[in-house]
Design a binder for this molecule. Structure first.
Ligand code: VGL
Ligand code: ZN
Length: 208
């Protein structure tokens, strides 16, 4: 299995806020950067996503008095894990990792921009209705296969991969280029959900 001209590398949320020292640091999150840079050399088409929340976003525990990070609350669109404030628009936390080396990337999808709705997926917000336009963009560019990498495996990578598969793309997650938060069994659930959606789990990939 190797990328062809109809493949895209989807680089999910490799941002300061999810790296060591960030407010929602994913364990070992910075380890994905050199792996993604090496993979990126084999893709003509690269799309990045950027978690991009307004201050006071509904996914922040600080927006729910009496609640703490990593608790789950029930919102209009379903269960929502509450997070430490992270990736606020225009802040250092929201910036893409300085070590990313993907100069050919032509599109950055910013998501989670609506104050009252989270968006783990690059394709569709947590209300499961509002679309980002990414599926249309990829289709217009003849993309058939979406290779997913980044942070975090069990949230934004998984939700993006599931939606990519559901949108009709052949979808692969490269595990060595992802790291997980793993809260409350989220990682095992994410892999089960991805498997059910028809996502291919690839432990590692080296193309040459
Ligand atoms: C993410 C939690 C909150 C992610 C984003 O990128 O996986 N996780 N916001
Ligand atoms: Zn977020």
């Amino acid at each position: 299995m190797a990328p062809d001209s109809n493949s895209v590398l989807l680089v999910v949320d490799v941002q300061n806020g999810f790296l060591p020292g960030g407010s929602l640091a994913v364990p070992d999150g910075d380890a994905v950067i050199p792996v993604i840079n090496a993979l990126g050399r084999h893709f003509a088409q690269v799309v990045l996503t950027q978690d991009w929340h307004p201050p006071g976003h509904i996914s922040f525990a600080s927006s729910h008095p009496g609640r703490a990070p990593f608790e789950t609350v029930e919102l209009a669109y379903g269960p929502q894990v509450l997070w430490p404030d992270h990736c606020v628009q225009g802040t250092q936390s929201a910036e893409l990792a300085a070590g990313l080396d993907l100069p050919q990337a032509q599109l950055i999808i910013r998501k989670g921009c609506h104050p009252g709705v989270d968006s783990y997926s690059a394709f569709r917000e947590a209300d499961r209705t509002t679309r980002t336009g990414l599926a249309g963009y990829l289709r217009e560019r003849g993309i058939e296969t979406v290779w997913c990498v980044g942070l975090a495996t069990d949230f934004c990578v998984a939700w993006s991969a599931i939606d990519a598969a559901e949108a009709g793309f052949r979808t692969i997650v490269i595990e060595a280029a992802c790291r997980a938060i793993d809260t409350g069994g989220s990682l095992a659930k994410a892999w089960a959900d991805m498997e059910r959606a028809g996502v291919t789990r690839l432990a590692a990939a080296a193309f040459d």
